[in-house]
Each structure stands twice: as structure tokens, then as C-alpha cells.
Design a protein around this ligand. Structure first.
Ligand SMILES: N[C@@H](CC=O)C(=O)O
Length: 310
């Protein structure tokens, strides 16, 4: 029995105005739009949410607005990403969020020097042990300099009942099957490609990226995999591979996640700026227009519900 609901987990992006300030009304509106479109399980400060780039002041302001708006919108428990080179800063940020009533955190490992297994055990012990009333999802990504192995997750899950989930954006079949085998008590959230490998093996969740443009269809993909409806699952997977290539072809280069996630979000929030916090470069409006045109022509079912298919 897994410790966290099986659902579609989605990112929230941060809209920056030309003067560099947060566009608060648009930030609130984009959260409301996602929840009312059927995506209530949301987090801030993943890679797309620029958790690596915000100051402490911005972290506090965004976290407070996010928690308040999620409550108003009727979203699930708001999940806040904690990204820092400093374990002490991570603890401070969690402490602050606890004062806002936030109890669900997405943690990644400090990476100035890649942590060893025993250092990793220490990080998880400080975070999970320091806040036993909170719950933690670990973001397993190579930007930390290493991945956590399925067996190590099994060990950590036994030691920390409030380690409840993991998130992995890659597609390594060996790692994915290992997660299901060695740490089934954790909910493993996999992106569209990884979910296709994981769903036949165990009760993983869907970490939505390209599929977030149409939450109802993203849930259809989750359920097709969960219920063993393999023809539908394969058909949606084929579409999603096409959608991914449409996005990458339109972008024509390599960008940090936020550039892609903001392009996807702009489908439902046309005035959402694509700008990223410095020094990272983003895609231009022409990329967004090319992507929207490709979706309309080839995969209209992945446009937001009610969007014109032009
Ligand atoms: N871009 C996502 C990860 C998965 O797709 C994020 O920022 O968390």
C-alpha cells in the first residue's frame, strides 16, 4: 500500500513581468485555471518552477501566495519544492512553510559536491526526521549529480514513514522497474514516457509535463495505464510521443525545463510570459506559435479543452 495518492502531479510556473517582478494576479489565475481544469495536485519550485533561482524573499512570497490560492481554488495539499545547495537553508525554508500550514515538500539533494550514500542518509534524516508531521517527495534527478537507487529508497522508506513519494523524469527501464520492486510503499511519479514503462509494473503516478495542456486527457492516460486498458494506453502514448517531438522541434534547441513548461502553460494562459530568471534563456513567442499550430494540426485532443483548433 503506497503512502501517497495515485494521481497526476503537475507543476506551477512563475510569471515574470518585464521589470523582473512576479505578476501576482497572473500567478494566482494560472493556479486557479489548472485546478479548475482538473489538475488539483500541484507543486511549485520544481525545475520548471525555477526553485533553483529564487531568493529567500521571493521563496517566502511565492510560497504564501501559492498556499493561499490553492486553498481558495480547492486544490489538493500544496506541495512546495525545496532546492538549495545548503541543507541549513532547506531546513529554514521548510520551517517557514510550516508556519503557513504547508506540510508537503518536494526535496532535492544539495549538489555542490555530489553526496555519498551516507551523506544522503543524513540529508533525508535531517529533513524527514526534523519534520515528522510533514510528508516528503524526493525529486530524483541527475542535476543533483546522482540518482538514488531503488534499493536505497527501500531502505530510506523503512527508516522514514514520512518519506512518501519520488519523482523521476527519466525513462531508464531498469531504474523504473526497480522502484516498483524495491520501494513499493512510495508513490513513484513518472513523466509520460516513464509512466508507459512503469504502469504495467506497479501503481506509479503520472508526473505531467507535455500532457498538462489537457488535464482530462492526462487523467485518461493515468487511468488507461492503471486499469490495464493497453490499446488505449498505447494510443495515448503514441500521441504523447508526437506531442513531445512537436514541442522539441518547435523549440529547435536545448533549454532548461521552465522554457518548455511555460510554452505548454501558455496554451491555456495566452498572456503567460515565457521569460525565465537569469541567466537562463527561454524560447521566443514564435516557438509557442509553432507549437500551438502543430498541436492544432496533428494532436488537437491535447489542446486545452475549449481552445480553438485553428
Ligand atoms: N519539469 C518538471 C519535471 C518533469 O517534467 C518540473 O519542473 O518539476
Amino acid at each position: 500500500m503506497s503512502r501517497y495518492p495515485r494521481t497526476v502531479l503537475g507543476t506551477v510556473c512563475l510569471p515574470w513581468r518585464d521589470d523582473g517582478a512576479l505578476d501576482e494576479p497572473l500567478f494566482r489565475r494560472s493556479i486557479q485555471t489548472l485546478v479548475s481544469a482538473g489538475l488539483p495536485d500541484l507543486y511549485i519550485f520544481g525545475t520548471a518552477g525555477e526553485g533553483y533561482a529564487v531568493t529567500d524573499g521571493m521563496f517566502r512570497r511565492v510560497a504564501a501566495i501559492f498556499a493561499e490560492t490553492m486553498r481558495e481554488a480547492g486544490g489538493a495539499a500544496p506541495m512546495v519544492g525545496i532546492v538549495s545547495q545548503s541543507l541549513a537553508t532547506m531546513l529554514e525554508r521548510i520551517d517557514y512553510c510550516r508556519t503557513l500550514g504547508i506540510d508537503t515538500f518536494q526535496i532535492s539533494l544539495p549538489n555542490w559536491s555530489v553526496v555519498t550514500d551516507s551523506e544522503l542518509r543524513r540529508v533525508i534524516a535531517e529533513l524527514c526526521g526534523g519534520f515528522p508531521e510533514a510528508q516528503f517527495l524526493h525529486y530524483n534527478l541527475m542535476r543533483s549529480g546522482r540518482l538514488v537507487s531503488p534499493r536505497l529508497y527501500g531502505e530510506l522508506a523503512e527508516a522514514h514513514p514520512n518519506l512518501v513519494a519520488t519523482k523521476y523524469g527519466g525513462g531508464d527501464p531498469f531504474l523504473i522497474s526497480g522502484l516498483m520492486r524495491h520501494a513499493p510503499q512510495l508513490r513513484h511519479f513518472l513523466t509520460e514516457q516513464g509512466y508507459y514503462i512503469g504502469a504495467p509494473l506497479g501503481e506509479c503516478g503520472l508526473l505531467t509535463s507535455i500532457s498538462s495542456s489537457n488535464p482530462a486527457r492526462a487523467f485518461e492516460y493515468l487511468h488507461a495505464g492503471a486499469n490495464g486498458d493497453w490499446p488505449r494506453f498505447a494510443a495515448l502514448y503514441r500521441e504523447l510521443c508526437g506531442v513531445l517531438h512537436a514541442l522539441l522541434d518547435s523549440a529547435g534547441g536545448s533549454f532548461v525545463d521552465g522554457a518548455y513548461d511555460k510554452t505548454i502553460l501558455k496554451l491555456s494562459e495566452p498572456d503567460f510570459p515565457l521569460k525565465l530568471l537569469a541567466p537562463y534563456e527561454t524560447v521566443g513567442d514564435a516557438v509557442f506559435e509553432a507549437y500551438r499550430a502543430r498541436l492544432a494540426a496533428e494532436f488537437p485532443g491535447w489542446l486545452p479543452a475549449g481552445a480553438p483548433h485553428r
